[in-house]
Design a protein around this ligand. Sequence first.
Ligand SMILES: [Zn+2]
Length: 475
Amino acid sequence: MRNDPLLKLYYRLPLAGRTLAASARGLYLRSWRYGADTDQLVEDAINRESWSAKSWENWQGDQLALVLRRAALQVPHYREMWATRRRNGDTASFEELANWPILEKETLRQNPSCFVADDCNPRRMFREHTSGTSAKPLELWWSRSTVRQWYAIFEARSRRWYGVSRHDRWGIFGGQLVTQIEQRQPPFWVWNAGLNQLYLSTYHLAPDLIPAYLDALSSYRITYLVGYTSALYALALEALRLERNDIQLKVIITNAEPLFDYQRKTIAEAFRCSVHQTYGMAELVGGAGECSFGNLHCWPEVGIIEVDATNTSDGPNVGDFICTGLLNADMPLIRYRVGDRGSLSNESCACGRTLPIMRSLQGRIDDVLYTTDGRPIGRLDPVFKGNLHIREAQIIQETLKQIRVRFVRAPGYSPQSANSLVRELKKRLGPVEVVLEEVTKVPRTANGKFRAVVCNLPTGLLMQIGNGGNPSRPR
Ligand SMILES: [Zn+2]
């Protein structure tokens, strides 16, 4: 549905047609994610939660050896790197993780297919897209066993921990454009029978439209929700204001954005259930989920996390996560700077699980922007999906009616690229004025961080439109 002609076709369908299209997509995804082995994979993941540190060390060591060998011998990017090092007289062993250089996101973004093992056919793999903090999309390929393992771990360590399963009726707030942005009549959702899932638009959460969403949760008998924190928070604020006591969920699982305490409290109060965050990324090099004691436990099967704490301005032991993926040996990413910061802890948890604890997870703290009628739009990075020939871009909101986009052109840039960007922004933000500002470099923050989205709306206005607690204001 990310492809424009297909999306247009989908929009022209009557409601039943959309349900059918979404369900067909759901069946396709289900066939990749789950199979006859899923229940066993879930049980195995649960059993590993009580492993000793020694068992994990051995298990990760064995996996790592396989991944490093395969990367050095069968993955073009790495094979060429080692060949060059050998020619220069470097005798370091590829069997030692410390001998591998850090892989920056930009290197992967420039030539992602060089990271696929040469005995794999990317067309037979599951293709994933992400854009994150830079404008060019990142392409990734997952093998079938990788997809199965990842979803089994999510099933075990997210759903199972909270007493729900993929077979329950659930709702999700994600980045898909479920319906046109200008639409102000429900439905703002589509039922996906393939995944037993109600896919809800994150782009229509204006206060006056939220009652319809709440009715839908009730009429579709949704038992738990997954999705962007900003969307769930907007929904919760309005449910509380309207004193809607008719919706009781079993759990709410947040992803993609940080979960702040004030958001957790509001969401929990509105839906009378616990709220838990998860950590993961399309590159599949690390993962974590929160237990009922509020600790974020790492998923060691997914990857090895090193913390580059050379810059200690953020506190002791806090640094960039440098991750080595263990789940996808067909597209191995080794010592990859994933773009998040945090620290790891040796403390044990009262829940009894021995999975290591992740602390002070930072990063991915992008600002939220607002439509003219006050809908929060949490993640705008999908507007960069599709190759726009833009090196980097920053979206800045100065008033409710105007968005400024600073961008740096890349080879191949044309006015069509700019038009496409404006169109994608308007699809999500509605009838705003988009001002394009070409620059040679997008300015970084005082501590050198890139911010993809910046909200400069005055605090008073944010209070008015119901998000006085926006974490980014004031800093
Ligand atoms: Zn725990």
